[in-house]
Write a protein that binds this ligand. Structure first.
Ligand code: PNS
Length: 179
C-alpha cells in the first residue's frame, strides 16, 4: 500500500472532540483574525470564536453586530462556531469543554501581553493550554484598532477586513468613511 493510500484509508480519529476557543474583542473582525481561525480549523475538530462582552468598553460594533458578522463570514465552515461570552475566559473554555485557547502572535510587541495572559490563564486552570499561531505575513501589521483608525480618517481598508465588515463600516457612516 502506498503512503498516499494508507493516509486516505485511515479510520476517522475517535475519542472526544478537540475543541479550541479563539477569544477576542473582534471590533471589527479582520482578515488577520480570519487567517488564524482557518489555521485553527485545520488543527482542531472545532474552533469557537468567542467574542468578549465587555461592559467597560464602548465598542464600535455592538456584540450582536460582531457575532452576526462573524457568523456570516464562517457560515460555510462547519468547524467554526461563533459565540459571545462574558466573565473569565477559562470558565467559558471549561463550559465549552475546550482544552486549548488559540491566540495570534503578529510581532514581538504582542508577546508581553500574551505571555501574561497565557500564564495567568494557566494558573487559573492548569489543564487549559494556550497555543499561539502566526498569521500570514500580509496581516502582521493588521489590528482592529488600526483598521478603525484608518477607516475613520478616510483611508482604504480594502483587503484587510472581510467584505461584509467593510460594507457594515460604510453603512454605519452612511457612505462617508469618517466615523
Ligand atoms: O482581542 P483582545 O481584546 O486582545 O482580547 C482580549 C481577551 C478577550 C482575550 C481578554 O481580555 C480576555 O480573555 N477577557 C476575558 C476576561 C478574562 O478572562 N480575563 C483574564 C485574562 S488573564
Amino acid at each position: 500500500m502506498s503512503d498516499d493510500t494508507r493516509e486516505r484509508s485511515r479510520p476517522p480519529a475517535s475519542g472526544p472532540e478537540r475543541v479550541a476557543v479563539y477569544p477576542g474583542s473582534f471590533d471589527p473582525l479582520t482578515n488577520g483574525h480570519v487567517d488564524i481561525i482557518m489555521r485553527g480549523a485545520r488543527l482542531f475538530d472545532r474552533i469557537v470564536v468567542a467574542i468578549l462582552v465587555n461592559p467597560e468598553k464602548l465598542p464600535l460594533f455592538s456584540i450582536d453586530e460582531r457575532v452576526e458578522m462573524a457568523r456570516e463570514v464562517f457560515r460555510d465552515e462547519p468547524r467554526v462556531e461563533v459565540e459571545a461570552f462574558g466573565g473569565l475566559l477559562v470558565d467559558y473554555a471549561r463550559r465549552r469543554q475546550a482544552h486549548v485557547i488559540v491566540r495570534g502572535l503578529r510581532a514581538v510587541s504582542d508577546f508581553e501581553y500574551e505571555f501574561q495572559m497565557a500564564l495567568m490563564n494557566r494558573r487559573l486552570v492548569p489543564g487549559i493550554e494556550t497555543v499561539f499561531m502566526m498569521p500570514a505575513e500580509a496581516y502582521t501589521y493588521t489590528s482592529s484598532r488600526i483598521i478603525r483608525e484608518i477607516f475613520a480618517l478616510g483611508g482604504s481598508i480594502s483587503g484587510l477586513v472581510p467584505g461584509i465588515v467593510e460594507a457594515r463600516l460604510r453603512h454605519k457612516t452612511g457612505g462617508r468613511t469618517e466615523l
